[in-house]
Write a protein that binds this ligand. Structure first.
Ligand SMILES: C[S@@+](CC[C@H](N)C(=O)[O-])C[C@H]1O[C@@H](n2cnc3c(N)ncnc32)[C@H](O)[C@@H]1O
Length: 941
């Protein structure tokens, strides 16, 4: 029997193909299974069949409960179809009702007394894309398991539970297992790499994974990737299917070799769309006319075979034919396609030829066969699909329209035989194998003459039927796949009890609070990929399809805009925050597409209760991670966020804030931010440690919890200066500073944060930075300032340098001692001014007229003056009759929003937000934060 708190399993030695020994972790369940016993969630069974039937019965009972079916994201499918796809309790093609039990039996109860400390850790999401296991089953935008393994090793211990609620094909689960089954060479390399970076050696051993995805197509892949199966038995069964289908339908793929006697085996048939010539209305077979046989490329221009008029892809006219829909028997209008060439094999030779009479007769015979019931006939939800416009105008409105008659029969036969397998686990693996040919055997499979192989040539991420398509045979697509699949899975050594997979919305995970040790997740990034639409094709074969309502996506077809996306992501992150143990980490990998999407992610992370400690991107050229400090368009980001500790959250539990609470937050945050980072011998200025970032984080922490901000900017800056040691413009915990000092000596220079001056806030940062290193006069600074403001945002009112200096800096007018900052600059840079007292006339003469950055205690007065000026300006926006403000100071809006928030005047925030251009509101983290809270509050009233 399993017991609570047990690690993933014990090590067992295997002999690898190379002859090397490999230590592999197996769960207690797996070891019991191999001794002829089946243990599952603390229960014993005499066989896997008995286990499956016990939990299937329980699942059926759950499915009968109407409340269960009301869980958001519950897929659309009958009880029988959901049960057929599932393998309970490890996998259900609906929200998994056994998840809570899974973590109860295998997890470790949260204990605040157990110390846990980790620094943020960045991953390279591009490594491992050629790995055989990664390629065992495709999915849109996969993150390779080898990219995830180091993170899991860093943040967790063997046996810990890792969660991915947007799991897609389940690579997080594969990575969790890989931590226990990695080969010796991989372990040696990673260990050496970590050692060279001063990191402790990884603790090898499998972790457990809870995986969830909204799409049944995705969760099915994830389950089959992570649940163990008998690899040799699978290979045999899959091979048998391929052989049997060959016996049954092989005749459909036979052709007569050009020698007139040998039988050829068709690999693929090229089909061409047929257009009409705009000049003579003659028929134009696209492949025959446009394809250059020598170069294997489609020509941009080619002559009409009838009238010689010059033709291009754009001037050809689409031609339709009316067929009889094989499923409905109704007339069906579709673009015209003709078979053009056959690629076939005789012995070891491969040949090509046009279709002959026999080939056409075979096609005719296939066309007359009864339509197989396995082929789905669902209508595409064209109106709600962003890619609907690519399908419907060509006549593809239903799933079966995408399959030519021969592919229809072949796929149906493969599916029928896989489904007939009696062993539930093998059956799912066989479907996992067969379903990989659904896209590839459809008309979406473009003909790519310049590629050697025609396998999987569909355009990724869209439904696109090209004008030339290759209709491949089942063996052409699946023979090689079977060999690769079998050998890839041999290396994983997956194990029962290691993964639990669920299907539903990440916003409604049936997990208990605070049970997860680490989250690695890769959410949808705005508007790039329409997962549910794309999964529909495969899901209709399983007859269980995604509930698109909670899909976190920007999609005009489904009337979801960026604000809907933000709200959906927020709900998912809130669920993550609920189930993660306090003080633990979440890594969000995010392929950013636009500023607005990036802001939406940041905002939803914060409002959900997470605090971002580090954002990095991989600099591909340097092979190192750069921190991301400003707008981050079109980058692959790795966001490290933590859930604050219980002790910290409890300070705010009563809905009140205090300066002590704010400082407790800063202490906790400094404890989570990297202490030192260097690339190529230059130390980084870590943005999260600079005063303004810390201030912004402190404000956001309060506003996102709808608490008042207990410290003014000036009070905060003065307090920071008093409480924490400062180095290179960054603040540290007293316990961190020695480490920084030690590592800093290894770096020759300090790299400043990159700064693009686009508005007043960035202009102030620039001026302060310039004066910090060199206090100087207005005249000296002005030319450089003019150069810096070339990228000033169009909507942003110009702010004069004089104004910036007056509101943020201090002018030394020659009265009193020379300020320390100017003194130290002059004595370092001018030989004749060295070692002079601060009241020395020569020093005063050189110092007078120079602007310098006030120390935090002087800054209080300046901040107040500036704030008053900005609020005056904000009032003009509030009173403005303009429907939309064209030119304004964003800093004034930010200050006005903060003041309105402090006095709970949410109406003002929403009213002024309504006057801002949408792009400004949605791309400014601070404005968006106040606006979100204000609109939520107004909605609640
Ligand atoms: C970027 S993909 C994840 C791919 C995954 N990393 C992999 O390697 O296969 C994002 C996934 O989020 C899923 N998704 C979208 N909205 C969701 C929601 N509300 N809850 C759970 N999953 C959701 C999509 O179905 C998609 O599979």
């Amino acid at each position: 029997m399993t017991s609570n708190g047990k690690a993933a399993g014990s090590g067992e030695l295997f002999i690898e193909g190379s002859g090397q020994l490999r230590l592999v972790d197996k769960s207690a369940e797996q070891m019991a299974l191999e001794q002829g016993k089946v243990e599952c969630l603390g229960l014993s069974f005499s066989s896997e069949d008995e286990r499956r039937s016990h939990f299937t019965h329980k699942l059926r009972e759950k499915l009968a409960d109407p409340e269960f079916r009301k869980i958001p994201g519950f897929p659309k499918g009958s009880d029988d179809d959901i049960i057929r796809m599932s393998d309970p309790p490890w996998y259900t093609a609906c929200p998994n009702p056994f998840l809570a039990e899974f973590v109860r039996v295998y997890g470790k109860v949260y204990d605040p007394a157990v110390p846990y400390e980790r620094d943020p850790f960045a991953v390279d999401t591009s490594v491992g894309k050629t790995d055989a296991l990664y390629r065992a089953h495709g999915y849109h935008t996969k993150v390779p398991h080898l990219a995830i393994v180091p993170s899991i090793l860093h943040y967790t211990e063997p046996g810990d539970i890792v969660l991915d609620g947007f799991a897609g094909s389940g690579m997080t689960g594969v990575a969790a297992q890989w931590c226990g089954s990695a080969p010796a060479e991989y372990r040696r390399q990673l260990q050496a790499e970590w050692l060279s970076q001063g990191l402790p050696a990884p603790k090898w051993g499998a972790r457990r994974a809870v995986l969830n995805d909204l799409g049944p197509a995705a969760s099915f892949i994830a389950a089959n990737y992570t649940l163990p199966f008998d690899v040799p038995a699978f290979s045999r069964a899959a091979q048998r299917i391929l052989t049997d289908v060959q016996k049954e339908l092989g005749w459909m793929y036979e052709t007569l070799h050009t020698d007139g006697k040998s039988k050829g085996r068709i690999n693929f048939t090229v089909w061409s769309e047929v257009f009409t010539c705009p000049e003579c209305a003659g028929e134009v077979n696209f492949v025959e006319e446009a394809l250059d046989v020598d170069t294997k490329r489609t020509r941009d221009r080619f002559p009409c075979p009838h009238c010689s008029a010059e033709l291009t892809k754009d001037n050809l006219e689409r031609d339709f034919e009316t067929l009889i829909d094989p499923a409905t028997k109704e007339p069906w209008k579709r673009v015209r396609f003709r078979p053009s060439t056959i690629n076939y094999s005789v012995g070891k030779g491969t040949y090509e030829k046009p279709l002959d009479e026999n080939d056409l007769r075979t096609l005719k015979r296939i066309g007359e066969m009864a339509f197989p019931r396995e082929m789905p006939t669902n209508a595409f939800p064209i109106e709600q699909m962003s890619h609907g416009t690519r399908l419907a105008p060509k006549g593809f409105t239903h799933v079966h329209h995408l399959f030519l008659p021969r592919a229809t029969h072949a796929l149906a036969e493969l599916w029928r035989r896989a489904t007939a397998e009696r062993d539930g686990r093998l059956r799912n693996m066989l479907l996992f194998f067969v379903e990989q040919s659904i896209w590839g055997m459809s008309l979406l499979n473009r003909y790519s003459p310049s590629h050697f192989s025609q396998v999987n040539r569909a355009l990724s991420g869209v439904y696109y039927v090209a004008s030339q398509s290759s209709e491949v045979s089942p063996w052409y697509i699946l023979d090689g796949k079977l060999k690769r699949l079998s050998s890839a899975f041999q290396a994983l050594h997956s194990s029962n009890g290691i993964a639990a997979v669920s299907t539903g919305s990440c916003a409604s995970l049936s997990l208990t609070d605070e049970c997860i040790d680490y989250i690695f997740t890769d959410p949808p990034f705005g508007e790039n990929i329409y997962y549910a639409d794309l999964n529909y094709l495969v899901e209709t074969w399983h007859r269980v399809v995604t509930d698109t309502d909670p899909e976190a996506i920007v999609d005009s077809g489904k009337e979801k805009d960026i604000l809907d996306y933000q709200a959906l992501m927020r709900a998912c992150f809130e669920e993550y925050a609920r189930v993660l143990k306090p003080g633990r980490w979440m890594t969000v990998v995010f392929s950013n597409s636009s500023n607005a999407v990036w802001r939406a992610i940041q905002e939803s992370l914060g409002t959900a209760g997470f605090v971002v400690a580090d954002v990095r991107t991989l600099d591909k050229q340097q092979g190192s991670y750069r921190q991301v400090t400003s707008t981050a368009v079109k980058q692959d980001l790795v966001i490290s966020a933590y859930k604050p500790t219980k002790a910290l959250e409890e300070r705010f539990a009563l809905g009140t804030s205090s300066p002590e609470g704010a400082w407790a937050f800063i202490a906790e945050h400094l404890g989570h931010v990297p202490v030192f980072s260097a690339i190529d011998g230059a130390a980084d200025t870590i943005a999260e440690r600079t005063a303004h970032w810390l201030h912004d984080r402190m404000v956001a922490f309060h506003v996102q919890r709808e608490l008042s901000v207990p410290l003014s900017t000036a009070e905060f800056l003065a307090g920071l200066f008093q409480r924490y040691p400062e180095r290179d413009g960054m603040y540290f915990l007293p316990t961190q500073v020695a480490e920084y000092d030690r590592k800093r000596t290894t770096a020759a220079e300090l790299r400043q944060l990159s700064l693009l001056v686009t508005d007043e806030a960035t202009a102030i940062q620039w001026v302060r930075r310039e004066l910090q290193t060199k206090p100087r006069s207005f005249q000296d600074l002005q030319p450089a300032f003019m150069r810096e403001i070339q990228n000033w945002a169009r909507h942003e009112r110009t702010v004069e340098l004089k104004e910036i200096l007056g509101q943020n800096c201090i002018l030394y007018d020659g009265i009193g001692l020379v300020p320390s900052q100017i003194h130290s600059y002059l004595s370092t840079n001018f030989k004749e001014l060295r070692n002079l007292a601060k009241d020395d006339p020569a020093l005063i003469a050189k110092a007078v007229g120079r602007w310098y950055v006030p120390d935090p205690s002087n800054q209080i007065d300046l901040e107040q003056i500036r704030e008053r000026a900005l609020l005056r300006e904000f009032e003009t926006y509030r009173g403005s009759k303009e429907r939309k403000l064209k030119l304004f100071r964003t800093e004034a809006v930010r200050t006005g929003f903060k003041a309105a928030y402090d006095r709970r005047d949410y109406k003002t925030i929403v009213a002024v937000a309504g006057k801002l251009p949408d792009s400004v509101l949605h791309e400014d983290e601070k404005l968006l934060m106040y606006y979100d809270v204000a609109s939520t509050r107004l909605g609640d009233e």
